[in-house]
Design a binder for this molecule. Structure first.
Ligand code: FES
Length: 180
C-alpha cells in the first residue's frame, strides 16, 4: 500500500512531520547557533591573545635579575665545634621569623662548608643525624649523605651548597636574601 505524504509510517495518523524552515529557523535553534558561534569566537580570541602574550611573559621573566648574594654573620667562630655540624637559623631582626636555615660543617681537615637546610623535594627543613653523619628529611624520608648529596628517597637533587667565609670573629654565609 502506498503511504500518503504527511503521514508517519508506523505512527499515528494525526502525527505530521513538520519540515524545518531553514530561512526562518525556530528561536531555540537560532539562539543555540548564536551561542555556539559566540563561544567559538571567544575561545579563538583567548588562544590568539595567549599566543601573543607568551613571548612578552617569557621576556619579562628572563629580565628579572637574581637577587644579589649577601654575606651575613651566621655564627661566632668560637661557637663552632672543632669537627661537626651546627644548624643555624638566620633572622632579619632578633625574635623575627627566620628567612633561612643552614648547616655549617667543619670537616676533620678544618674545611668549612655551608648547606641550605631546605629539602630539594618539597622544601621541608631537614635534620642532621650526628651518629650516621647524614641529613634526613622528616616529611617523606629523603636522605642526604654528610656532604648533602641526595642518596635515598624522593629528593631529586643535593642540598644547596652555600658560599662560606670567615670575617672577623664570624663565620659568614652567602645567601640571596628574600626582599624585606
Ligand atoms: S620534602 Fe623532603 S623528602 Fe619530601
Amino acid at each position: 500500500m502506498k503511504e500518503k505524504s504527511g503521514e508517519v509510517p508506523n505512527g499515528r495518523a494525526d502525527e505530521k512531520v513538520r519540515p524545518i524552515d531553514l530561512a526562518n529557523p525556530p528561536d531555540t535553534a537560532l539562539s543555540l547557533r548564536r551561542d555556539f558561534l559566540k563561544m567559538g569566537i571567544l575561545g579563538l580570541s583567548g588562544i590568539i591573545s595567549t599566543m601573543a602574550l607568551y613571548p612578552l611573559i617569557k621576556l619579562a621573566k628572563a629580565k628579572t635579575p637574581p637577587r644579589p648574594l649577601k654575606f651575613v654573620d651566621a655564627l661566632l667562630i668560637s661557637e663552632m665545634p672543632e669537627v661537626g655540624v651546627k644548624k643555624i637559623a638566620l633572622y632579619e631582626t632578633p625574635g623575627g621569623r627566620a628567612y633561612a636555615r643552614v648547616f655549617i660543617k667543619r670537616s676533620p681537615d678544618g674545611r668549612l662548608t655551608a648547606l641550605s637546610a631546605v629539602c630539594s623535594h618539597l622544601g621541608c627543613i631537614v635534620n642532621y643525624d650526628r651518629l650516621k653523619d647524614r641529613f634526613v628529611c622528616p616529611c617523606h624520608g629523603g636522605i642526604y649523605d654528610g656532604n648533602g648529596k641526595n642518596i635515598a628517597g624522593p629528593p631529586p637533587a643535593p642540598l644547596k651548597n652555600l658560599p662560606v667565609r670567615i670575617s672577623g670573629a664570624y663565620i659568614q654565609v652567602g645567601i640571596r636574601k628574600p626582599p624585606v
